[in-house]
Design a protein around this ligand. Sequence first.
Ligand code: ADP
Length: 383
Amino acid sequence: MSDISFESVRKVYNEEIIAVDDFDLTIEDGEFVSIVGPSGSGKSTLLRMIAGLEEISSGTIAIGDRPVNEIPPQHRGVAMVFQNYALYPHMNVRKNMSYGLKLTSDLPKDDVRERVEEAAEMMGIEDLLNKRPSELSGGQQQRVATGRAIVRDPEVFLMDEPLSNLDAKLRLHMRTELQRIQDDLETTTVYVTHDQEEALTMSDRIVVLDAGDLQQVGTPEEVFEQPANLFVARFIGSPTMNFLEVSYDEGALVGDGFSVDLPAAMADRIETGRSGSGLRLGIRPAALSIADETDECRIPAEIDVVEPAGSDTYVYLERDGAELTVRTESSTEITAQGAVEATFDVSDIHVFDIDSEQNLLLDEGEDVSIEATASSASSASKT
Ligand code: ADP
């Protein structure tokens, strides 16, 4: 078993910078978990503590049933792939791939050679074994770095932004390739990235961090569809979720120039959870469209820019200086100009308390929004 468990893990640098605070999590054996968050949120620190490259200030990290706090990096059964690949420039690819294994095991030479050749085949780099890193492209170096980790046959792969130095097309390709390898090997993998889209496409579960604090752990669907709080709602999803300030009034959300009647279950949640300091209505761009007269929920706005982007078209709307983004399929023709109304289905909304920043429509993992139906929504423009 090579699950990884964190118990009240904390990391303080120089007695003042709290990089990771009171972190609890279990990563299951064979799971692919991404850690996402903005720069400085503690992602690399977390990964480096698993690797043993950074001391843990307090708490326990265990791999399998073995606490590893005191175990040196080379004996933790982990292999790391870094953003800059960290290949030895004076060694050819074969030596780069075998070096770590020779240091940490007493495998006979022939077995080492066999493992290197198997990993090279897996990564499609058999032809590069005699080349030096300086003779390789960025993508090839990335493959070598990954191959070197595979050779070690570790219990855990740790990857720190391994694709961020590649161009966009190669990055997409390598995403699929890393997923394929992880599927084949079923090695527990912890993957650090600042790119939420990468995390959404690759992971079994996503860990969202902000300033060293765990914000949410969930499947890509959970963090996207049921963000725990405003931070996760803003961080996950591109384009970003739209937000509108609203207040709650007897079963309805009331904003500037619009009102949305809520199904009873949603209204109850909001009434119970709100602090009274105001609410933020969140709607994903894909959940918004341009309204016609038959739509019930309608928010008045002005069309600012219509931007075709391949299979999608983005329509940017303006409302009192604030922007609303509508994402539609490019086959939807946008003929409207000037003043329009944006519409949405009430089952697609998120409601956050401004004070606590919590998503009020979540309750112990239950998705109340699916109880709502379009027919229970209405728009009674109060202007
Ligand atoms: P991320 O990987 O999310 O960008 P890091 O884990 O690198 O975040 O950093 C988390 C916090 O810890 C940041 O405030 C960063 O400045 C600080 N930090 C990271 N490494 C060190 C270090 N070696 N010494 C002092 N502070 C550090």
